[in-house]
Design a protein around this ligand. Structure first.
Ligand SMILES: O=C(CO)[C@H](O)[C@H](O)COP(=O)(O)O
Length: 231
């Protein structure tokens, strides 16, 4: 996706922000355009407070001069704007390509509205082409991996689980100190069932299926912005 398309979706989302809003600030290259757009508006007098979904977003928002808070101080958010790796017609998402799924899901869950910003190619008929990130505790990694594989098998799904690595070759570690297993499933026929059962496995901290959280989406295609759900 070209950076211009990401920016276009992000700038449309920034138009939804009004004085006094408590914002969830997403993570990733598309969300970074939103944070930049809000930063510019803050420098021009907009009064908002942001709760970042990752240390990377916190650093960027601080550089932009956006006043920040935590979910402990600011429990209810008005609007979260975040990217996604995939979304379907029902606004069900796969997130976590950037590794921030746990905080992203906590922040989205504390928000009245969650708007997804993405390019049109992320809009799919069926979720699962993008590997599903599953955040797991390092302790008992192999046992957790086997339990996930058994669950997938019992749901009639197959696919490989790959431990995510950082560019230096070491295991990728999330902001919460966990590992990520990327589940290469190809397609997810029943995302609701997979989402609820994955959470029952000890060792699984969270997964990248976001069900019933996004309320709207702004998708940038080559020549226009497509809006889904409620903005
Ligand atoms: O879920 C995410 C991070 O955990 C991102 O929102 C997702 O990976 C999309 O990123 P990008 O906007 O860079 O394509």
């Amino acid at each position: 996706m070209s950076d211009n398309l990401k920016r276009a979706a992000a700038e449309r989302a920034a138009e939804l922000v009004t004085d006094g809003m408590r914002l969830g600030l997403g993570t990733g290259s598309t969300a970074a355009h939103f944070v930049a757009a809000i930063g510019e508006r803050v420098r021009n007098g907009l009064k908002v407070v942001g709760v970042p979904t990752s240390e990377a977003t916190r650093d960027q928002a601080q550089r932009e001069g956006i006043p920040l808070s935590t979910l402990d101080e600011t429990r209810d958010l008005d609007l979260t704007v975040d990217g996604a790796d995939e979304l379907d017609d029902d606004l069900r998402l796969i997130k976590g390509g950037g590794g921030a799924l746990l905080r992203e899901k906590i922040v989205a869950s504390a928000s009245q509205r969650m708007i997804v910003i993405a390019d049109g190619s992320k809009h799919v008929a069926k979720l699962g082409r993008f590997p599903l990130p599953i955040e797991v505790v390092p302790f008992g990694l192999t046992a957790t991996e086997r339990a996930i594989a058994r669950l997938l098998d019992s749901l009639g799904m197959s696919g490989e689980l790959h431990l995510r690595h950082a560019p230096d070759g070491a295991a990728y570690v999330t902001d919460g100190g966990h590992f990520i297993l990327d589940a290469h499933l190809g397609r997810i026929d029943k995302p609701n069932v997979l989402a609820s059962t994955l959470n029952n496995i000890p060792g699984v901290v969270e997964h990248g299926l976001f069900m019933g959280l996004a309320t709207g989406a702004i998708l940038a295609t080559g020549d226009r912005l497509v809006e889904l759900g409620q903005l």
